[in-house]
Design a protein around this ligand. Structure first.
Ligand code: F0G
Length: 429
């Protein structure tokens, strides 16, 4: 096997199939690394040709790039035809950010409506290869929905642990329908994460949160797909939301591997945006000397997907941001809500966590970190329909922030009650 797992802190190497989530020597996070260089000549053409093939591995936007995945070529994959998501021009969002152009990579167009599917196909394929009997995760909702679907495809029993009363109904409904055992516990996501990590220690449960390096392997392929869509012209900036920080880590790894293999000649600046009330990484990054990482004990945001105070993947995300010269910033609840509505006006739509990107880009332009001659891609991580309660409250001017202040419906578009008379309706049109 040409792949190994390597601790990012002490560099200890482990077998690719060692069922570890962190280094057994120092507790550091693990990366999957290749031992030999890849011959990249003609890979771009091969990847493009695969799009017209009927083989499930070729049709998946993740497995299409399998030369960079740690599996033998004939691996029996667990797939829902994930990836191959659109890259949209978004003129209204661009205007809002005062940029001539802005592109949105919509990962909400994956089979279960979020970016998690690109990692889950790989993690559940690995679970099956290892002969795992039970898969599990902690989640703010999207990982849960994704795992539930892929576990169902693999015919593997699955449990998810979610913070009771804090997950959107749409996400919970998905997990229930796909047949997962849903455990709602008292406490926030960070409590769920601690519980599931302890539970998985004896090896009976295979953990597929993004601390699992195979999740990162799948998610890194989005960098490959994005570069293909941009005809291999590297954007100046890539901006994404930060919660548990697995996705930022994955983009960092994807672009690093593209650069190392000569498929691109420079890196985009990777910037991470957090909600103001759940921003331990932004606070950490703002220190001139990075001391100890201090968790946020009571994270608060209406963007429930990223309501996380103890992000497990921060060391990897730190590497992604610092080696590319990116920024880490926060945005307010009002900024998230308004940016979300603006993205909606582009006919695209996303969930609140994803809208941190456009809100963040607007601030980065205003502060001169992004200038208007630069190319910018924002990653939308989840679909609009993931959290419709939020959307309805915003448009009805009844969205209340965690500090009990009312969010202004700056771009509200409330439904209008009207009698069923043609004249009355005509008068309104
Ligand atoms: N956007 C959405 C829609 C998410 O669901 C998440 C994370 C993030 C952004 C943040 O990504 O954690 O890789 O930094 N959701 C996880 C979940 C935590 O359980 O569904 P991250």
């Amino acid at each position: 096997m040409t792949y190994i797992q390597r601790c990012i802190a002490c560099r200890t190497e482990f077998d690719i199939d060692a069922r570890l989530y962190v280094c057994s020597r120092c507790g550091g996070l693990l990366d999957v690394d290749r031992r030999e260089a890849i011959d990249t000549v003609s890979l771009r053409e091969l990847w493009r040709e695969r799009k017209s093939s009927l083989d499930a591995r070729d049709r998946s936007g993740v497995w299409r790039f399998r030369e960079f995945l740690p599996f033998p070529d004939d691996i029996d994959i667990v797939s829902l035809a994930e990836g191959n998501t659109p890259l949209y021009h978004a003129p209204r969002s661009a205007d809002y950010c005062r940029l001539p152009q802005l592109k949105l990579k919509h990962q909400g167009c994956n089979p279960t409506g979020s970016f998690k599917d690109t990692g889950m196909t790989v993690a559940v394929t690995q679970a099956r290869r290892l002969g795992a009997r039970f898969v599990a995760c902690a989640s703010t909702g999207n990982t849960a929905a994704s795992l539930a679907a892929y576990a169902a495809r693999a015919d593997l029993p699955c449990a998810i642990i979610v913070p009771g009363g804090q997950v959107s109904h749409a996400k919970l409904a998905q997990a229930l329908d796909y047949g997962a055992k849903v455990l709602e516990i008292e406490g926030n996501f960070d409590v769920c994460m601690n519980v599931i990590r302890e539970l998985s220690e004896d090896g009976a449960i295979y953990l597929v949160n993004s601390i699992n390096p195979f999740r990162i392997e799948g998610q890194k392929t989005v960098a490959f797909e994005l570069m293909e869509q941009l005809e291999w012209r590297v954007p100046d900036h890539l901006v994404l939301p930060g919660g548990n920080l697995g996705n930022s880590s994955a983009f960092g790894k994807g672009f690093r591997e593209l650069l190392q293999s000569g498929l691109i000649d420079r890196l985009p600046r990777i910037s991470v945006v957090q909600a103001e009330g759940a921003a331990p990484f932004a606070r950490f990054y703002a220190q001139s000397e990075h001391g100890a990482f201090v968790n946020e004990e009571h994270p608060k945001t209406l963007a429930s997907a990223i309501k996380i105070g103890a992000p497990v993947s921060w060391p990897k995300a730190l590497r992604a941001v610092s080696e590319t010269g990116g920024a880490v910033l926060t945005v307010t609840e009002q900024e998230i809500a308004d940016a979300k509505a603006v993205i909606g006006r582009d006919g695209i739509g996303c969930e609140p966590a994803s809208a941190t990107t456009v809100a963040g880009i607007r601030n980065l332009v205003r502060n001169g970190v992004i200038n208007e001659s630069e190319t910018v891609v924002a990653v939308l991580t989840g679909h609009l329909l993931k959290d419709t309660d939020y959307v309805m409250h915003y448009h009805n001017n009844s969205l209340i922030a965690p500090d009990n202040t009312r969010i202004a419906g700056t771009f509200a578009n409330s439904p209008i009650r009207v009698s069923a008379s043609l004249d009355a309706i005509r008068a309104l049109l």
